[in-house]
Ligand binder design. Structure first.
Ligand code: HEC
Ligand code: HEC
Ligand code: HEC
Ligand code: HEC
Length: 346
């Protein structure tokens, strides 16, 4: 008997170590963000925060453009979107876009440098659409991005393609079985849903299509509620993505005693509601139409283009780049309206 005790202890220690391997090491920081007693708290790991802080620094702004100068449209041949800027503003934006999206390749990433007006590189055509998309976010979606706004850097961070982007998962149908499309439910976890066993492509139904996210019944008996468990889990998958992308708990947007109730939810939930609609629009109106000009190796397993989700901008923090505005030093990206004003001044 005696001789087995150390073994038992060893086994217990090993089992404990295995059990805790999935946990984050304490101490944690806890911050209250709702009524006392409702468990509305943010739990942050100070060790993860340090690496997030390093990733979310804003690069130094370029010097402001020299005032005056002719309109870009008067000097250049093929400026379909930015023609209203002065030549100085225009050239400064070209330099900024290079630093934000193609610091390694330089101007040649988007341009035939023998002829800058040439549109033969697909990257230039994509970039033009991206300028319009960025202006659209900053002018139309202030319900989400406020006055902070976004620039190319919010998503690209010096990379040709944003690090966080998504493709539709190939059909999760279980071939030859009667159960049909399980949407990846009850499979070993994927990062998209925080390594849980929830349906792992919540993006196609909710951030590309406009499937119903609300699942909770509003009556005691389920008479009026036609939502299935699968739909509820799908919603949960999206919520896992939203929490992960922002580095927050569910209680950042919900009072968990009444998930569905807007009256009891913090205001951030309303911002998130607008965010969902914004992302749908960016994907459908700006990104998907670029599919046909993409090189084949940029497409996903179902032939779709890389798309935006919450992580594309947020990258682990509740406000991208901790809410520091880069837009303020690039008003030309604030929206077509600013361009109109710039045009009138000429
Ligand atoms: C990420 C892509 C991208 C990069 C990098 C880039 N440009 Fe551009 N450039 C564009 C787009 C898009 C347009 C067209 C804008 C429009 O239609 O209003 C353009 C237009 C121009 C034009 C106008 C040409 C004409 O006659 O119509 C010039 C000049 C120019 N860029 C210079 C530069 C220089 C110099 C660099 C490097 C410092 C650079 N660009 C880097 C995307 C890019
Ligand atoms: C909301 C996030 C977001 C913003 C803001 C954004 N982009 Fe993009 N960009 C993407 C996504 C997602 C892709 C991938 C789609 C694709 O393959 O074209 C992409 C692709 C590109 C590509 C193609 C790169 C390649 O290797 O094929 C270029 C060029 C580009 N963006 C330029 C820009 C410029 C310039 C700006 C700012 C005016 C900008 N983007 C702003 C999300 C964004
Ligand atoms: C960043 C804010 C945010 C976070 C974090 C968040 N949610 Fe949500 N949640 C929302 C919004 C917004 C909606 C409504 C979406 C819509 O109607 O388009 C919603 C809807 C829901 C619903 C459906 C309610 C109904 O009316 O049927 C449930 C359930 C839910 N969330 C659970 C969760 C869980 C569980 C978590 C944590 C894993 C979570 N949420 C994290 C913002 C958030
Ligand atoms: C195009 C970039 C972009 C995308 C994509 C994006 N956001 Fe945001 N979001 C922002 C910016 C910028 C802010 C900061 C606004 C401010 O400073 O007031 C923000 C703020 C928020 C806030 C408020 C945070 C706070 O502490 O007040 C929530 C919640 C939020 N986003 C949720 C989401 C969700 C959920 C998604 C995906 C459905 C999403 N966002 C997608 C850019 C984005």
């Amino acid at each position: 008997m005696k001789s087995t005790r150390p073994l038992t202890i060893l086994f217990s220690v090993a089992a404990l170590a295995l059990t805790l391997a999935g946990c984050e090491r304490p101490p944690m920081e806890v911050e209250q963000n709702g009524f006392r007693g409702t468990g509305m708290q943010q739990v942050n790991n100070p060790r993860i925060e340090a690496s997030l802080a390093a990733k979310n620094q804003v690069p130094a702004a370029l010097d402001p453009p020299a005032p005056g100068g002719p309109a870009a449209s008067a000097v250049y041949k093929n400026v379909q979107v930015l023609g209203g800027l002065s030549v100085n503003e225009f050239n400064r934006l070209m330099v900024a876009m290079t630093l934000w999206v193609a610091p390694q390749q330089g101007c040649a990433f988007c341009h035939n440098v023998q002829n800058f007006a040439d549109d033969s590189l697909y990257t230039k055509v994509v970039a033009r659409k991206m300028v319009q998309m960025t202006q659209n976010v900053n002018s139309k979606w202030t319900t989400h991005v406020g006055a902070t706004g976004v620039t190319c850097y919010t998503c690209h961070r010096g990379n040709n393609l944003p690090e966080k982007r998504w493709f539709t998962e190939p059909d999760a149908k279980m071939a030859g079985r009667l159960l049909g499309n399980d949407a990846g439910q009850n499979k070993a976890g994927k990062e998209s849903v925080g390594n849980s066993s929830l349906p792992y492509d919540p993006f196609t139904p909710f951030l590309l299509e406009s499937k119903e996210i609300r699942v909770a019944g509003t009556t005691a008996l389920p008479t009026g509620n036609r939502q299935s468990i699968k739909q509820a889990e799908w919603t949960h998958g999206l919520m896992m993505h939203m929490s992960n992308s922002l580095g927050v708990n569910c209680t950042y947007c919900h009072n968990t005693r009444a998930m569905a109730d807007w009256e009891q939810s913090p205001p951030q939930r309303v911002t998130a509601w607008h965010g969902i609609r914004m992302v749908r629009e960016l994907n459908n109106e700006y990104i998907v139409p670029l599919t046909s000009i993409q090189p084949a190796d940029h497409l996903g397993p179902t032939g779709d283009i890389a798309k935006v989700n919450c992580a594309t901008c947020h990258q682990g923090v509740n406000k991208p780049l901790y809410g520091v505005s880069m837009l303020s030093s690039h008003p030309e990206l604030a929206g077509p309206k600013t361009l109109q004003a710039a045009l009138k001044k000429q």
